[in-house]
Design a protein around this ligand. Structure first.
Ligand SMILES: Cc1cc2nc3c(=O)[nH]c(=O)nc-3n(C[C@H](O)[C@H](O)[C@H](O)COP(=O)(O)OP(=O)(O)OC[C@H]3O[C@@H](n4cnc5c(N)ncnc54)[C@H](O)[C@@H]3O)c2cc1C
Length: 377
């Protein structure tokens, strides 16, 4: 196969595969997309159907800090394609965006469906083959792509299979997969549905909401912790300050309300159902009966809340930690260091970010860098 003619297979028509196709098609290259399912279905549930496209951190040196795995690798990638470039990309595709108060970037329509439709329209010149790729074989100058139905030959291959199973003929190392951005099972449970707003993790120095579930804890703060600890053995202990902005003036409150039950005094600060379980029978005690030692015990329960994580909730994870070992990929162009003309994008790499649009940002940016590199080859 003559190397100057490029025909490119993109395996996986998800977020990163389709954006890679978009850039390659802009340079009039010959692109074939493979997917088991219809393209871009993975985009529909993102951001609860609103598609959180990226996060408004425009300094790439700060942006990389939101990736428990991949921070160093993404430095070069985001120096070339950062949050501003994501906004530009979607503008080009006809998707206007806005920045929410918390910094998350969404389409103005708040519709993942719109994002999918516009992106699909922009790649309609690519050939789409709805087949499952079983293996990719690198026989010297080109690649053989074997699907459940046929075999195909390409000069270049981009692997964009997200959390999909990797191909055995390619000798890349896989960092073991672990669930990340997920809820945690805990030793003690509290009534499901209770939310503690703006709790502070004293161990990880981060804050956010905690949501109690049937089997444990969830919510943005817990998701972040689960990602940081993706490779930590269970069980592990967690400590939270449940009222970080408010060092509870407990003695004053007790003195001012001597005949009130402690649960009714604290209900101004924390959900009543939660206090009842946290303090048990003590929550029914009248304020005037609380001595100094008990007061400090209550205060400690709130400002130094302890719970033990015993596992993750299967199926609740938003991303997968683990994937292709980054030591085997060139971060300047997303090319494999083992096989020339083989590229990787998105979540199939050992990269995962926190909640807030960071995972899609990784998908768009790595897709852009891979495409640029193929175009310039
Ligand atoms: C419920 C949910 C909500 C999310 N919300 C957000 C959000 O709002 N913002 C954000 O930044 N991130 C979000 N994420 C994460 C984000 O969706 C992913 O990080 C992103 O889709 C990864 O893109 P990708 O191209 O690497 O992989 P994917 O988008 O997963 O695409 C991989 C594609 O490869 C195909 N494939 C796999 N194996 C094969 C094979 N052997 N042959 C052929 N095709 C194959 C799959 O069918 C799939 O279409 C969310 C994830 C979930 C699950």
């Amino acid at each position: 196969m003559a190397q100057e003619y490029k025909n490119i297979a993109i395996i996986g028509a998800g977020a990163s595969g389709c954006v890679c196709a978009y850039y390659l098609l802009k340079s009039c290259l010959d692109v074939t997309l493979f997917d088991i399912k219809e393209p871009l279905l993975t985009l529909l549930p993102t951001g609860g159907g609103r598609c959180n496209l990226a996060f408004a951190e425009f300094d790439f040196k700060e942006l990389v800090k939101n990736y428990p795995r991949g921070e160093k690798f993404l430095y070069s990638v985001f120096s070339r394609f950062s949050a501003g470039d994501t906004i530009e990309l979607f503008k080009e595709l006809g998707v206007e965006t806005y920045i929410q108060d918390d910094g998350r970037i969404f389409p103005k329509s708040n519709s993942a469906k719109e994002v999918r439709e516009k992106l699909l329209k922009s790649i309609n010149k690519a050939e789409f083959i709805k087949e499952k790729v079983l293996d990719v074989i690198p026989p010297g100058s080109g690649f053989k792509v074997i699907t459940n139905k046929a075999e195909y030959f390409f000069s270049h291959v981009v692997i964009s299979i997200g959390g999909g199973r990797f191909f055995s003929s390619l000798k890349h190392h896989i960092v073991p997969y672990k669930p990340a951005l997920t809820g945690l099972k805990t030793d003690i449970t509290y009534p499901a549905g209770i939310v503690i707003k703006n709790a502070y993790s004293t161990q990880y120095k981060i804050s956010g909401n905690i949501l109690f579930t049937h089997s444990g804890i969830s919510g943005p703060l817990v998701y972040k912790i689960s990602s940081i600890n993706a490779y930590k053995e269970f069980p592990y202990d967690l400590n939270f300050n449940l009222l970080p902005q408010n060092n509870l003036p407990l003695q004053q409150l007790l003195d001012a309300n001597p005949h009130k039950e402690i649960k009714n005094i604290l209900a101004k600060y924390l959900p009543l159902n939660f206090i009842k379980v946290l303090l048990g029978e003590l929550s029914e005690e009248k304020a005037h009966r609380i001595n100094g030692k008990t007061r400090d015990y209550i205060s400690d329960k709130i400002h130094n809340f302890k719970i033990t994580a015993t596992g993750t909730n299967k199926g609740e994870e938003t991303v997968t930690a683990g994937g292709i070992d980054l030591n085997e990929i060139n971060s300047k162009n997303m090319e494999s260091k083992l096989y020339p003309h083989l590229y990787f994008t998105g979540e199939t790499l050992n990269i995962d970010g926190f909640c807030g649009g960071f995972n899609l940002q990784n998908a768009w940016a790595t897709a852009f860098v891979a495409a640029e590199s193929i175009i310039q080859e």
